[in-house]
Design a protein around this ligand. Structure first.
Ligand SMILES: *Cc1c(COP(=O)(O)O)cnc(C)c1O
Length: 463
């Protein structure tokens, strides 16, 4: 059988309003061509992010009803602690309200101004939390990640040779901790190999640097290792996950991804002295350490989500969903980034729309057109997000991509077919698409609030 079944039935539905292209034209203009400014109810298929947008299982909803709302020492906390210890092996388990709270608390306890934190690639909030403390966030992206089309596996790896040379050049005591992000979100949800995890771990150990995983998508990374690495083909997924966690001294997890919940996060570690510091800082802003800014019911749903996420049938369906979307776009001639991540498919908008100069935001132009065509919300990962204006001149990003995120257990195959059909229409008229101009932008994180306008004509240099 070729079809990979969604391994669930739908028990509750959330109707959405079917809009017309004429309506969407007005809504897009009102949103100043910035999809973050749209109301979600005006979106039919929302592929903006996979963070906190998944559907919970019947068992998770049942756990919500039995969540213990005691201020201190709730039963739901001890259940969660048990599940997380089984999964990760770490001694200290702190719930937090989401991933960035784990970052802020861990770095707040360990990182000093003038220090530097290495990673395969820092996620936006991770970088921001390092830099906020006056430290440097340094990325060591593997060379194989630079080619968007090359389907080489393990594009999420950290460049160990470069990290080794860099570490040798750092004055002693200036690297308070080392990170590795699994899967590597910044390069398209690409996986990190077990060999790379081992090499990075050994290198940090050799330098006496505590090693933390940024493990938002640990289950998806474990799945790739199972699929692609013969050494792990016959090993159960929980053992693969445990082997990854065993190589590090702790982890930060945004549970809004592989925790299969809509809000939540975890900070886990072994070091008792560090745990004492973390507990104190956590009390200051998140609440008591046995709830960490979450309701008891959130802890209960998270414990159940972590029990479900390493189900091979679920992860196989997840891989099949991304593969289905990616391969169908490829067949239309849409330039897609390879290999496909499990959480998202990325389109190379700069390659698809060569008539639009990078500073006229081909990624945003494509994202807007997809909304007009099909009521689909995607997100530009390119010059609008990472570029800036310096002395009145645009500085463009390395790539202009459009990310199509796949919320967990939310959309069916016909929803994905709708996305593919919308792409077919947009692709057929791609030569007529125009770029966008920023008319108003904030000094940082401009993508969220910028106001944009279509340019009148293609950039003269490209006609
Ligand atoms: C989402 C994410 C975070 C931040 O988590 P939030 O829950 O959004 O605060 C950190 N690192 C990675 C890799 C992520 O994907």
């Amino acid at each position: 059988m070729k079809t990979v079944l969604e391994p669930f039935r739908i028990k509750a539905v959330e109707p959405f309003r079917i809009t017309t292209e004429a309506e969407r034209t007005g809504l897009l203009a009102e949103a100043h061509h910035n999809l973050f400014r749209l109301r979600a109810e005006d979106v039919m298929i929302d592929l903006l992010t996979d963070s906190g947008t998944g559907a919970m299982s019947a068992q998770q909803w049942a756990a919500i009803m039995t969540g213990d709302e005691s201020y201190a020492g709730s039963k739901s906390f001890y259940e969660l602690e048990h599940v997380v210890r089984e999964l990760t092996g770490y001694r200290h388990v702190f719930p937090v309200h989401q991933g960035r709270a784990a970052e802020r608390i861990l770095f707040g306890c360990a990182v000093l101004p003038g220090q530097a934190v290495p990673n395969n690639a820092h996620f936006d909030t991770t970088r921001a939390n390092v830099e906020y403390l006056g430290a440097a966030a340094v990325d060591f992206v593997a060379p194989q990640a630079r080619d968007l089309r090359d389907a080489a596996a393990w594009k999420g790896d950290l460049d160990v040779a470069r990290l080794a040379a860099w570490l040798d050049a750092q004055p002693p005591g200036t690297v308070p901790l080392g990170l590795l992000t699994i899967t590597n979100n910044r390069v398209g949800g690409q996986p990190v190999s077990m060999q790379n995890l081992r090499d990075v771990s050994a290198l940090y150990r050799r330098h006496g640097i505590p090693f933390f995983l940024d493990a938002a998508r640990f289950a998806e990374n474990a799945w790739w290792i199972h699929r692609l690495d013969p050494e792990w083909r016959d090993v159960p997924l929980p053992r693969i996950a445990r082997a990854m966690f065993d190589l590090a001294d702790g982890c930060m997890i945004s549970a809004k991804k592989d925790g299969l919940v809509n809000i939540g996060g975890l900070l886990c570690l072994n070091d008792d002295a560090l745990a004492a510091k973390v507990r104190n800082l956590l009390i200051l802003t998140e609440g008591f350490p046995t709830y960490g800014g979450l309701a008891g019911r959130d802890l209960a749903a998270l414990a159940q989500g972590l029990r479900e996420v390493l189900d091979p049938d679920y992860l196989h369906y997840r891989e099949a969903s991304a593969h289905y979307l990616g391969e169908h776009l490829d067949r239309l001639g849409v330039p897609v980034v390879r290999p496909f991540g499990l959480h998202a498919v990325y389109v190379d908008a700069r390659a698809m729309l060569p008539q639009i100069a990078p500073h006229e935001l081909p990624g945003q132009a494509l994202a807007c057109e997809l909304y007009l065509q099909g009521g689909i919300r995607s997100v530009e990962i390119g010059t609008l997000m990472f570029g800036r204006t310096e002395h009145g001149r645009p500085v463009v990003a390395e790539h202009d991509l459009v990310r199509l995120c796949l919320p967990r257990r939310v959309y069916t195959q016909s929803h994905v077919d709708w996305v593919v059909e919308s792409f077919a229409e947009v692709h057929a008229r791609r030569a007529g698409l125009r770029g966008l101009r920023i008319v108003e932008e904030a000094p940082f994180l401009r993508a969220f609030t910028a106001r944009l306008q279509p340019v009148a004509a293609p950039h003269p240099a490209l006609v």
